[in-house]
Design a protein around this ligand. Sequence first.
Ligand code: CP
Ligand code: NVA
Length: 309
Amino acid sequence: MKHFINLKDIPANDLRKILIDAKKRKKARKKLNNLDHDKGMPLKGKLLIQMFEKSSLRTRLSFFLAISQLSGRTLTLRPDELHLSKGGESIEDTAKILSSFGDAFMLRTDNDEKLGEFKKYLTIPIINGLSPSSHPTQILSDVFTVEEIKKKPISKLNITWIGDSNNVLNSLIAASIKFSFKLKVGCPKKYQPNKNIMNYIKKNKNKITIYNDPKKAVEGADVIFSDKVISLNDKVNKKNKLNHFKRFKITERLMTHAKKDCIYLHCLPRSKEVDEKVFLSKKSKVWQQAANRVHVQKSILLYCFGKLR
Ligand code: CP
Ligand code: NVA
């Protein structure tokens, strides 16, 4: 049994194995319907319990399809319907019950410590479906999308992130270290990654660079990522923060500083950090990016169950 909480804690070899499995599974499903089962029904009889403490469209649907295609089932819990959220029942007791009724637990939480607490008491795998500090299933899937589109290992590509130093960027930084790719981050000085992340970046100092000028950050880019400036439950002065990011909007003009065949990715949902013209252009691969979540999450589930081929 393996957990999937943070990319930085997962061996690079295992991450690569997940991507290889996802590629094979995606190819094998070309003629199948959404709910058709993968050959071999690898997770037959297994129940994935999901719980979202924050909104979700893609993660919710993609895990539903992922476990369904592997022949398992999913049940989505609403935190406000459990005893846990009202303080009546402990994480320890909740985790013990989840472990006896379910086979894996996917949690989207607004508190990183909860993931650790659940992990302590669960006897089934836990998957982080987004926390304030990371979004590992998203970024592993994004590495898959980049390699699928560019037809090259990501280590041979220049990746740029323009935007806030948030959970998605933290996972992208971890991926840069695990998969050894060059990453340029463009953000206002005030919103650079925090001390812990900067220390982690130092481990890979030749490959990760922070710029306060968006043009410099996109120079030579094969892929540009961005994300909302205001994340879910971001408790900041929104107007003030948005003002700092004005220069960091992804426009057609900014895209001209990247390579000609540069693609644009966004985990979604979007806000105003990207111009409509770029978002709806041919360079934008956001729908393919979202759809790939299903394929990669299937292989993440199999990894957690110790069933990767
Ligand atoms: N990208 C992503 O995780 O989307 P949701 O918040 O809709 O799940
Ligand atoms: N950074 C965003 C990602 C949403 C999928 C957030 O945390 O709201």
